[in-house]
Design a protein around this ligand. Structure first.
Ligand SMILES: Nc1ncnc2c1ncn2[C@@H]1O[C@H](COP(=O)(O)OP(=O)(O)OP(=O)(O)O)[C@@H](O)[C@H]1O
Ligand SMILES: [Mg+2]
Length: 457
């Protein structure tokens, strides 16, 4: 299928009209340009045809002796919601045509028929239908990417985050996502939107840290023509663009204090003023914000307003760092292995156990983003159909060497180290005690005793 209207025999049209001559002449006119056309001479016959075959387009008269064309259209659309509909109508009944369009008809055609008019309108209606179908397909693919499907959550810690997101997604409560860089804050912000009733409106991200401070307000709230030097046109702000949808305030901790005051007012009043205007605009947006800073600390240092913090933090969702949920690492590695192997036209299907262990031991300061980049790099350099320790970049090897990892531990008791080690090892093998005992080189019973002693079981 091309992006354009399919022409020829693969577009099927049904014409329903109890005026047989009119039905036949319309059908002929469309067959001549290559459409496959069936006709039905009554509403009932039309309904039967719609029941038997999935048409791309229905052309129906509105006034028929046995059935109202509007009723036929309604029932047809119920059976096949993606069918395009055009209604025929006489001069005296334009109102009916308008009603039909309100109920889902793409267009109407005035009787008596003009051949060119008919072809043009049919072509247009089919084109609009293709566009709609393409959008639905896109939407479905986006859902796969941003719904929960694309989120790997193996660890109990991340599963708790997913649960929380699911619970609050379909409410309008403000959500504040906190977590280190690369932990998936934006991913979860999109999942919140995609799982809310706002999903058919826009998700508008604003990087509060990347916009220069004197432009933040005009970005968020818009401006009037001539509001400041350089404002040559009137411009809508992100709030207005997000109307009905979700506004994602990323890096909220970097927002200048003066803007914080104005943002707070907007959130309290539900209206924005474009810069240079004193006309309020009502806006209905759901606010999701994210930061990798410690906002409480920022408040204590006078860099963040406490009242705004409370507004944004309707629900606080903390996304743990990857090193605190190492059991997500193997699943993520396999996920990205598949993705990049496909993207680079390779057929890598497995990764050696030793390699996974090294990846699980790395502290991943850049979290999932860093892991993703690492797997991409490994896939690129891999020579075989599997990833081995030789595919692991040198910097990761180095950070995962036991002697380096131990260097930071001075000042900690052996007990604490042991407890942490056991906890992390278990997490890395998904809680499998037999496996964990093997890696730690202790007996299973010893492991069991230690788990009890440290309250880990
Ligand atoms: N649980 C997960 N499952 C699958 N992919 C993930 C997961 N978490 C994060 N990612 C991926 O990791 C990358 C970084 O995620 P994202 O951009 O959401 O992080 P972030 O917290 O917004 O980072 P930053 O603070 O740097 O903006 C993205 O490619 C995202 O798709
Ligand atoms: Mg981000």
């Amino acid at each position: 299928m091309t992006s354009h209207v399919r022409s020829g025999k693969d577009v099927s049209v049904l014409i329903v009209d109890d005026d047989a001559a009119h039905a036949e002449s319309s059908a002929e006119c469309l067959r001549m340009v290559g459409y496959t056309v069936d006709t039905a001479m009554s509403g009932k016959a039309g309904l039967k045809a719609l029941d038997e075959k999935q048409y791309d387009l229905l052309l129906t008269d509105l006034v028929m002796s046995d059935m109202d064309g509007m009723e036929l259209m309604r029932r047809g659309l119920r059976m096949n919601p993606f069918m395009a509909v055009i209604v025929f109508t006489g001069h005296g009944s334009i109102e009916n045509a308008v009603d039909a369009m309100n109920e889902g008809a793409a267009d109407y055609i005035l009787k008596p028929l003009s051949v060119d008019g008919l072809r043009i309108k049919v072509g247009r209606a089919l084109e609009a239908r293709e566009l709609k179908l393409a959008n639905i397909d896109l939407r479905r693919r986006l859902d796969q990417k941003f719904g929960f499907e694309g989120i790997i959550a193996n660890s109990a810690a991340l599963q708790r985050v997913v649960k929380k997101v699911e619970l609050v997604a379909d409410t309008d409560v403000a959500v504040l996502l906190v977590g280190e860089s690369g932990t998936g804050k934006e991913l979860f912000a999109r999942a919140l939107h995609e799982n809310s009733r706002r999903r058919n409106n826009r998700f508008i991200p604003v990087n509060c840290g990347a916009i220069s401070p004197h432009l933040v307000e005009s970005e968020l709230f818009g401006h009037e023509k001539g509001a400041f030097t350089g404002a040559a046109y009137q411009r809508k702000g992100r709030f207005e663009y997000a109307n009905g949808g979700t506004l994602f305030l990323d890096e909220i901790g970097d927002m200048p204090l003066e803007t914080q005051v104005k943002l707070l007012r907007v959130l309290e009043d539900g209206e924005v003023y474009r810069v240079g205007s004193n006309q309020a605009q009502k806006v209905d947006v759901r606010i999701v914000s994210a930061t990798n800073r410690n906002l409480e600390q920022e408040i204590r240092n006078g860099r963040f307003r406490e009242d705004l913090f409370w507004r944004l933090k309707g629900i606080l969702i903390e996304i743990p760092a990857l090193r605190e949920r190492t059991s997500d690492i193997p699943a993520l590695v396999h996920h990205y292995l598949k993705e990049f192997s496909h993207a680079y036209g390779k057929e890598i299907t497995t990764i050696d156990r030793e390699a996974i262990s090294i990846l699980c031991a790395h502290p991943w300061p850049g979290n999932v983003r860093e892991l993703r980049n690492c797997v991409e790099e490994m896939v690129i350099v891999a020579k075989d159909d599997r990833l081995t320790i030789d595919s692991i970049p040198e910097r990761i090897h180095r950070s995962s060497k036991p002697e380096d990892r131990m260097a930071g531990l001075v000042g900690v008791s052996i007990k604490e180290v042991e407890k942490e080690l056991i906890r992390n090892t278990l997490a890395s093998v998904d809680g499998n005690r037999q496996e964990a005992a093997k890696i730690l080189e202790i007996g299973e019973r010893t492991l069991y005793r230690k788990l009890k002693r440290y309250g880990l079981s």
